[in-house]
Design a protein around this ligand. Structure first.
Ligand code: SF4
Length: 400
């Protein structure tokens, strides 16, 4: 089975379609880097150098550290790096990095808080006794404060301080904690430490054995869901703006296709024609004329054919767009029917009835949609359940 990483899991949770494009189809995109990502990399490598030199009995002065950072910045900077917030220049970000490092240096100098055990270390995490579910990741810095007491340090250059809930439930460092416990047999305790460099703040947390066991169960369930996923639905949202797969994503590819056409050809695009007419008819429909209903039906059929032919989920017009979505509706045998009783028995046989609380059909529908249970159980349920697939059309205005 694939060896997962925290970012791979997060990608699926954010948008299954993006996960498919990135990790399954392995679509190649032009490499674009934002200034925020560039700043993060340069700060990380400067702190790595600081601790690597310390391990070689060399304490950098603050000036030396800042000179290293500035040199790396200038050597690696290219004009392709994207600055989304146009009111700022590259220099502003360079100065931010210098400030982060200065605050960090002054707070921790002479850096005797613990013995550095590893820097940018690859950590392997096994979630089950059989070794079927594995993850890996890189720890920014691992230190030992006394024999067997470890700290996992993570540097953050985020522009926002996280809420307490984030720290309590953060998955990444908790997974690394499982890896450290496996990899270093003398572990007595592990602290998780986040350095929020912009705020010159250190926040720490830990996890109990019970937390880690629950995390293993939840992560295995998520991996199972990914492995059994077939639909890879797109979850469009504000992060689409930063998504490098927009031009091949079914939510946006039609827009990218028509944007490249000259104005006169763009208006002839059959998708644009259909959406423009659909918007016209929809607004005229207020007159409740049956004639419009018939035309709407035809337009919806045509939009559906267009969406299927072009493999898109959103069709764009001049001012409007239509999202064509498919939903699944499950119908279960009615209460008190013989089939309902049989369905409950099957669930009982597999010890799953409790989970859908005396056959809560909404909960069971969710389980089926997300394929949360083993294929054998899902298969056994199928003869009791009808699946109705419905196409829906959502007309909305295109934002500027
Ligand atoms: S553009 Fe948005 S919806 Fe499409 S893959 Fe990227 S994140 Fe998902």
């Amino acid at each position: 089975m694939t060896v997962y990483s925290h970012s791979r899991l997060s990608c699926f949770e954010q948008c299954p379609q993006k996960f498919k494009l990135q990790y399954i189809d392995k679509v190649e995109t032009e490499e674009e880097q934002t200034v925020e990502a560039f700043l993060g990399i340069r700060v990380h490598e400067s702190l790595e150098k600081l601790y690597r030199d310390l391990a070689h009995q060399k304490v950098n002065t603050l000036d030396e550290l800042l000179a290293f950072f500035t040199d790396e910045w200038n050597t690696n900077w290219t004009d392709d790096i994207i600055i989304v917030r146009q009111e700022y220049q590259a220099e502003n970000y360079l100065n931010m990095g210098r400030k982060y490092l200065t605050d960090y240096y002054q707070r921790y100098h002479p850096f005797k808080q613990g013995k550095t055990v590893a820097l940018e270390e690859l950590i392997r995490i096994t979630l089950d006794a059989e070794g079927n579910y594995k993850l890996q990741g890189y720890i920014d810095r691992l230190t030992e404060t006394q024999d067997g007491y470890y700290e996992i340090h993570d540097y953050k250059t985020n522009s926002r301080l996280p809420l307490a809930d984030y720290i309590r439930s953060d998955r990444q460092l908790a997974l690394y904690m499982i890896g450290v416990k496996n990899q270093y047999p003398d572990v007595k305790d592990v602290r998780l430490i986040w350095h929020f460099l912009k705020f010159d703040k250190e926040i720490d947390s830990t996890r109990t054995e019970q937390d880690l066991s629950q995390l293993k169960v939840d992560t295995i369930q998520l991996i199972e869901r990914i492995e059994n996923e077939e639909r890879f639905e797109a979850h469009p949202g504000f992060l689409c703006e930063w998504c490098e797969y927009q031009s091949c994503c079914p939510q946006w590819s039609h827009l990218h296709m028509i944007k490249e056409k000259p104005a006169n050809e763009y208006l002839k695009d059959s998708g644009v024609v259909l959406v423009n007419r659909y918007a016209e008819v929809k607004s005229a429909q207020k007159l409740a004329n049956l004639q419009w209903d018939a035309e709407l039906e035809k337009l919806e059929d045509a939009l559906l054919s267009f969406a299927e032919k072009e493999h898109v989920e959103v069709v764009f017009g001049s001012k409007n767009k239509v999202r064509v979505s498919e939903s699944e509706k499950y119908s279960f045998p009615s209460k008190n029917s013989k089939e309902r009783g049989q369905l409950e028995k099957v669930l009982q046989k597999y010890g799953r009835l409790q989970e859908v609380s005396q056959l809560d059909t909404a909960a069971l529908g969710k389980v089926l949609q997300e394929k949360q249970w083993e294929p054998e159980v899902l298969e056994a349920l199928h003869k009791y359940i009808e699946v109705e697939r419905k196409k829906r059309f959502y007309l909305s205005k295109i934002k500027e």
